[in-house]
Design a protein around this ligand. Structure first.
Ligand code: FES
Length: 579
């Protein structure tokens, strides 16, 4: 972060705003002084931005004011100055049509807020699913000194003596109500028992997956993933991150020195070991694209295939994030991968140490929660990438959350043209469906929804639920919640709305799935597909506004669903003056 590199006059980048006695410097300093700042605030010490996704409409991040205060204390202790700034917050449970529609928008907010302001480093406060990738994508495009602090998971949910996991139990309870095995009264009571404290989903859903990914990538401190939000040690971690970012600025430790290809390969393997969310695939592809690391879906398949899932957490297993922390957290998992030769041990992390130095002495305190590599939950974890004429550019499936008997299957398609069409048809007792059918949902991809909603884990028809059927193959261009489970094939690319083969599937068509061979084929002959393709008409684009921009420029899921014009780094040079 030298002056020469950034066009700043001496010392820190922030000095381009605050050093000297020109008219512009008067403007920059004087207005800031209305916050009661002493002279030495501007003497060249590192100025740290705290990028805050606090919002009461994002319940997972609603405790972030306190967390920001802890970061600030750390920054001050290390001789820096901290300024907190808000960016767009993305609450998974409230935002419609889907928080994913706004991930790229929030990343632009972050990127421009970092580059346009007098800061030398940034702490990214992230929690709910999309807030982690959005902030890291924005910071990566600035190639800036940055450290991620996750808000931490909620405490375990409990209902009638049983563990209740965010999301995972909601899907189970809702199917039980539809099957007539759970009363509405119990359903309402369970709602109050699930979310017991501040924090994000405490299953290994997308938020916990992304908190694990940033720790595995080395852009967060060890134990970032699992410390519960309300555990006092979460405050310690935030404070230590505040201290460390000041040192990182002095060392010019920018994201490109940490987010290397080796770091991404480590993260993909860790994702397999923790049974992470399919959403992690899209987000890591997008982050890699921003920092200039070439990653593809094939990397996910190749690197994850040999990794056993050892963390026994919902949705793949039994326990929750609070148990995971007490069992040793992510360092205990990474130590096993390290000893198995599955990690790049010399990858650098934000604390200045390598991955190996961080995890080689990590202990495991509970072998039920963090199992050994020789006794895993699933022997081949990771994410399976299926290809064939139904998804020439790939589709994903999480084997650890799927039913083994459906991993090789042929069945007849039951097709839903949209999520509304699904809702209209699914309760129809005359729907021609049985447990061997394959449910196909179209037009829920990046452009089709728009924003690629989490609707891929369609509930089963009630008639089958009542017969005790709990899983069927479902295929779509949608995503699913990281808390969901089942034999659900997602992210079909190209999506239906851009004319992918998915758009051509009709009721009764035969589909072949073979996960071991990575095959996903529509068994309809080419002449018939050509005839259907001729008759196909794409959906209309939104008439204007952000949604129009999104549909025109979003890339497919297989490329991370980023905007094509946001790929790459644009640096953090000081922009031209505003006055
Ligand atoms: Fe926010 Fe799950 S809804 S993390």
């Amino acid at each position: 972060m030298t002056a020469e590199k950034n066009g700043a006059p001496g010392g820190m980048r922030s000095q381009a705003w605050f050093r000297g006695f020109s008219r512009d410097v008067f403007i920059h300093r004087s207005w800031m002084r209305n916050q009661g700042l002493p002279d030495d605030t501007f003497d060249g010490r590192p100025i740290i931005g705290i990028c805050n996704t606090y919002s009461e409409l994002t319940p997972c991040n609603a405790h972030f004011r306190g967390l920001a205060d802890k970061v600030k204390q750390g920054v001050l202790q290390a001789g820096g100055v901290a300024f907190e700034f808000p960016v767009m917050s993305l609450g998974e449970t409230n935002l419609r049509p889907t928080a994913m529609l706004f991930r790229n928008l929030a990343s632009m907010d972050v990127e421009e807020s970092i580059r346009g302001n007098p800061i030398d480093g940034v702490v990214l406060l992230t929690g709910c699913d999309k807030t982690t990738p959005a902030l890291l994508m924005g910071a990566a495009s600035c190639d800036f000194p940055a450290i991620v602090v996750s808000g931490g998971p909620m405490l375990n949910g409990r209902f009638k003596g049983q563990l209740v996991g965010s999301g995972t139990s909601v899907w189970q309870f809702s199917e039980a109500v539809r099957a007539g095995t759970m009363s509405l009264c119990d359903f309402a009571e369970a709602e109050a028992c699930m979310s017991r404290s501040a924090g994000h989903c405490m299953t290994m859903g997308t938020a916990s997956t992304m908190a694990s990914m940033v720790e595995a990538l080395g852009v967060a401190l060890p134990h970032n993933a699992a410390i519960p939000a309300v555990d006092s040690r979460r405050g310690v971690l935030a404070q230590m991150a505040g201290r460390r970012i000041v040192e990182m600025v002095r060392e010019d430790l920018r994201l490109s020195k940490i987010l290397t290809r080796e770091a991404f390969e480590n993260a993909i393997r860790v994702n397999g070991a923790v049974g992470g969310s399919t959403n992690g695939v899209i987000h890591l592809l997008a982050i890699a694209g921003r920092i200039g690391v070439k990653m593809s879906l094939d990397d996910w398949d190749r690197l994850g295939r040999e990794v056993p899932t050892v963390v026994d957490l919902m949705p793949s297993g039994r326990f929750l994030m609070e148990d995971f922390y007490y069992a040793g957290g992510l360092p205990a998992v990474m130590r096993q991968l390290l000893e198995a030769g599955l990690l790049h041990e010399s990858a650098l992390t934000v604390n200045g140490r390598t991955v190996a130095e961080n995890v080689r002495n990590a202990d495991c305190y509970n072998r039920e929660v963090i199992r050994s590599m020789s006794n895993p939950l699933v022997s081949s974890g990771g994410i399976a990438v299926l290809k064939g004429n139904l998804a020439p550019d790939g589709a994903v499936l999480k084997p650890s959350a799927a039913s083994p008997h459906l991993l090789r299957h042929k069945g007849k398609a039951v097709v839903f043209e949209s999520i509304e069409h699904y809702h209209e048809r699914i309760d129809d007792p005359n729907l021609p469906v049985d447990e061997n059918s394959i449910m196909v949902l179209k037009n829920c991809g990046p452009r089709g929804y728009p924003g690629m909603a989490e609707v891929g884990n369609m509930g089963l028809p009630p008639a089958l639920l009542k017969r005790g059927i709990t899983d069927m193959i479902r295929i779509s261009d949608a995503r699913m919640s990281g808390t969901a489970y089942g034999t659900v094939i997602l992210h079909c690319a190209p999506e239906a709305a851009v004319g992918g083969t998915l758009a051509l599937v009709q009721d009764g068509d035969e589909i072949e799935v073979d996960v071991e061979k990575r095959i996903l084929n529509l068994l309809v002959d080419e002449a018939e597909l050509a005839r259907r393709r001729q008759a196909w008409k794409g959906p209309e684009l939104p008439s204007g506004g952000y949604q129009r921009l999104y549909c025109e420029r979003v890339m497919q899921a297989s490329e991370g669903a980023d905007f094509d014009f946001l790929v790459g780094t644009r640096g953090h040079a000081v922009p031209r003056p505003s006055h």
